[in-house]
Design a protein around this ligand. Structure first.
Ligand code: BGC
Length: 369
């Protein structure tokens, strides 16, 4: 691991040596601020490529906006692209970023396994790559990874269900159904394992019952994280298992887009007592549902914090320094462990949303009406 980390740093340092070349020697005595001011005056800003998966989910729009705003505030120029959830489009956009002279690439991959070729080109050109939120798999071009603690996202959701159903102090049994994310997104495995590590003992002891029988990752994954796919699966689950008035007590949903599908399906097909439903991202529609009693919680990942860490990584790379990281064991992308920074997720629900979402300045109250 250490070897990989060192080579990664070396690659980053080499890039910037190559990028700023001899100019750097002359500049060595000047502070970074002075250098940045000077390059701004001469209009020579360093170009950073930011590739986001889609505009169709609220969170990626926020991520893109935060990244652009914070990188620009730090004196960089930004090429920001969204790929409409189409792998080929993302590949083309990254290729263009390389051709346009981007010096660092920040990428939230649509499919973690699909970027090998274009990233090989980035590596050839000594362009460091930061995997943003989602780990890019099976490519040795990835320099750093910045994300939230994805396993913790899952344990927060699992523990929320455990606490709300009082699994340790009541007899049950309780009926639960499970929805996770896209199998091509490495995060989905972490969310699922974190939650299932909490819930599995109760499923094994019979206190939690998955009436549909669908509990393995492959059976509960949601292609493309799409609301519509989750909704269709929930429709089928309700009609086979809960149409006769059988009570559904909880639905583990790995994120808000899948939770929304489950909520739409319940509204159309289910008449029993409303179940506990988890989510992630605190998207506006889901927070509204939370306040209306249709979703119990959502894991809040403050994308401003993630952007801030990534800007720190970009700065460190450009100065040939080590970026701040806090995890060197959990994220192996198939070519070795990628040095990572994990931000901490928390949950929001109807009781604490004011403090978590409003007081923090993430949303204004009128946005949630
Ligand atoms: C992100 C989640 C998001 C999901 C769907 C995951 O990789 O970590 O925050 O809800 O993708 O876009």
């Amino acid at each position: 691991m250490k070897k990989k980390f060192l080579s990664v740093l070396l690659a980053g340092a080499m890039l910037f040596t190559a990028a700023v070349g001899c100019a750097k020697k002359k500049d060595e005595t000047k502070s970074e601020d002075t250098k940045q001011e000077e390059s701004q005056k001469t209009g020579e800003k360093t170009l950073i490529g930011v590739s986001m998966p889609t505009k169709s989910l609220q969170r990626w729009n926020q991520d893109g906006d935060n990244m652009k705003q914070q990188l620009e505030a730090a004196g960089y120029e930004v090429e920001l692209q969204y790929a409409d959830d189409k792998v080929d489009q993302q590949l083309n956009q990254i290729e263009t970023m390389i051709n346009n002279g981007c010096k660092v690439l920040v990428i939230a991959a649509i499919n973690g396994d699909s970027l090998g070729t274009v990233l090989a080109t980035a590596k050839e050109k000594n362009i460091p790559v930061i995997a943003y939120d989602r780990l890019i798999m099976n490519s040795d071009a990835v320099t750093y990874y910045a994300t939230f603690d994805n396993y913790m996202v899952g344990t927060i959701q699992g523990n929320y269900i455990k606490d709300q159903l009082k699994l340790d102090s009541t007899d049950g049994p309780y009926n639960i159904e499970i929805f996770t994310g896209d199998p091509a997104d490495n995060n989905a495995n972490f969310f699922y394992s974190g939650a299932m590590d909490v819930l599995n003992p109760y499923i094994e002891s019979g206190k939690l019952v998955v009436k549909s029988g669908q509990k393995d990752f492959k059976d509960v994954a949601t292609a493309g994280w799409k609301t519509e796919n989750a909704q269709n699966r929930m429709d089928a689950i309700i009609s086979s298992n809960y149409a006769d008035g059988t009570q559904l007590d909880a639905v583990l949903c790995s994120n808000d887009s899948t939770a929304l599908g489950v909520e739409n399906s319940l509204a159309a097909n289910y008449n029993g007592k409303y179940p506990i439903i988890t989510g992630q991202d605190c998207d506006v529609d889901n927070v509204k549902n939370m306040l209306a009693g249709k979703q119990s919680m959502s894991v809040f990942k403050d994308t401003r914090d993630l952007a801030k860490q990534v800007v720190e990584m970009v700065k460190a790379i450009s100065e040939g320094k080590e970026a701040p990281i806090n995890n060197t064991k959990d994220y192996d992308n198939g070519t070795g462990i990628i040095p990572s920074y994990l931000c901490t997720p928390v949950f929001a629900d109807a009781n604490n949303y004011k403090e978590i979402l409003i007081d923090s300045g993430y949303y204004t109250e009128d946005k949630l009406k």
